[in-house]
Design a protein around this ligand. Structure first.
Ligand SMILES: Cc1ncc(COP(=O)(O)O)c(C=O)c1O
Length: 386
């Protein structure tokens, strides 16, 4: 599979590195111009490494690209109803639930937003691990909801017992946000503890199980999806998934939720009408037909991760078990100077996401990108920066 890069020019990314002013970098963000002594020769003029957003550097399946091109030429002037209906039906069949139980979103973040809105109308508070993916908190704060954050354990694993205790102590309607595997830690939850809790929970405790990274997590036999609970008709569970990760479609904005009938209906009420594009829906449909691409994408991630972990181990930089397309690892320094130095060398890494300094989240790019990233990391070690 060929390696594809975003169409940011090298000049845009690395331009003016040695100057003393701030320069505009990838994504329009300002990047600090550090002195020459922070620059690695072999990175000058090199392609940027965008390893900060857990995207998929492979790009979309060739079948998805073709579908987008066809739709752009032949159907972009029409509302996308047929593509959207087809996608919902296909996803329902794929996950063993009726079409009505599929909630489509402009990215899974839109489904998450609708779930938070439903919970807000119930007068719910939010309970979630800390750290975790920030969208629920963001929307909940906008709704004026109280958010109760329960720190992950010292091993960075989501502490289901502590979350359950917090839920029981709080009582009343709750939205319980479980990102599984969790972002930014990459860890999976203890599924027995979670499922026992869901079994015992009252109906007004809604569990959002965010499975954005499910395709990677499935490689771990200990991972258990919440899909079976939806299939069993549990109205207080919503599972969300996305085409942004394994299918390399972050820019197309397609995600979905799966819920039992009544819950799916109430969440759908808060989704925008015509919220998916024809191109995005067609790309998603084509991706679902291209199982070879999905498998190659998972395998590519495993190869890139192996390269990364080998280097981290070689450098003695501890890392947390990853069930995703990113790894949380030690950097032995504060995040900001590390991030700035990486950026100055054309590498975008995660921002600070943990309570303590000294950790960074790195996305897994293509195997070639990870060879290059590990070269950078080793050069950082030679200079005493990690
Ligand atoms: C855990 C988690 N959920 C949801 C999303 C958002 O996905 P989407 O692109 O489908 O909105 C992300 C994106 O990084 C994520 O990490």
């Amino acid at each position: 599979m060929t390696q594809r890069f975003s169409n940011l020019s090298r000049r845009q990314f690395l331009g003016g590195l040695a100057s003393s002013a701030l320069v505009v970098g990838a994504g329009g963000l300002f990047m600090p111009a550090l002195g020459q002594d922070n620059l690695l020769d072999f990175r000058l003029g090199a392609d940027p490494l965008l390893l900060h957003f857990n995207e998929n550097s492979l790009g979309m399946s060739p079948m998805a690209i073709k579908a987008v091109q066809d739709v752009a030429v032949n159907a972009a002037n029409r509302y996308p109803d047929n593509f959207v209906a087809d996608l919902r039906e296909t996803l329902g069949k794929r996950h063993g639930v009726p079409t009505e139980q599929v909630i489509l979103g402009n990215g899974s973040t839109e489904v998450i937003q609708a779930i938070v809105t439903v919970a807000a109308r119930m007068g719910a508070k939010v309970i979630e691990p800390d750290p975790t993916f920030g969208d629920v908190r963001r929307y909940a704060k906008a709704e004026g909801m109280q958010v109760i954050a329960v720190p992950v354990g010292g091993d960075f694993v989501t502490d289901i017992a502590a979350l359950r205790a917090a839920a029981e102590a709080t009582g009343g309607p709750l939205l319980i946000n479980i990102c599984n595997p969790n972002n930014p830690t990459g860890t999976i939850v203890d599924s027995t503890a979670l499922f026992n809790w869901i079994d015992a929970a009252p109906d007004d405790h809604i569990f959002l199980l965010d499975e954005a990274y499910v395709d990677y997590a499935e490689q771990n036999p200990a991972f258990k999806s919440g899909l079976a609970l939806v299939q069993a008709g549990r109205e207080n569970v919503v599972v969300t998934r996305t085409f942004s990760k394994v299918y390399g479609m972050a820019g197309m904005r397609i995600g979905y939720g799966l819920a039992a009938p009544k819950t799916a209906k109430s969440v759908r009420r808060f989704s925008a009408n015509f919220n998916l594009s024809a191109t995005g829906s067609a790309a998603a449909l084509a991706s679902l037909k291209d199982e070879a691409y999905r498998e190659a994408s998972v395998a590519s991630n495993a190869r890139g991760r192996a390269t990364l972990l080998e280097t981290l181990d070689g450098l003695g930089l501890m890392h947390i078990e990853s069930n995703t397309n990113f790894v949380l690892h030690r950097i032995n320094s504060d995040v900001k100077p590390y991030q700035d130095r990486m950026m100055a060398n054309g590498v975008r890494v995660g921002r600070r996401m943990t309570a303590d300094e000294g950790w960074n989240r790195i996305s897994i790019g293509t195997p070639d990108e990870m060879v290059e990233f590990t070269r950078v990391l080793r050069a950082f070690r030679e200079r005493g920066w990690v």
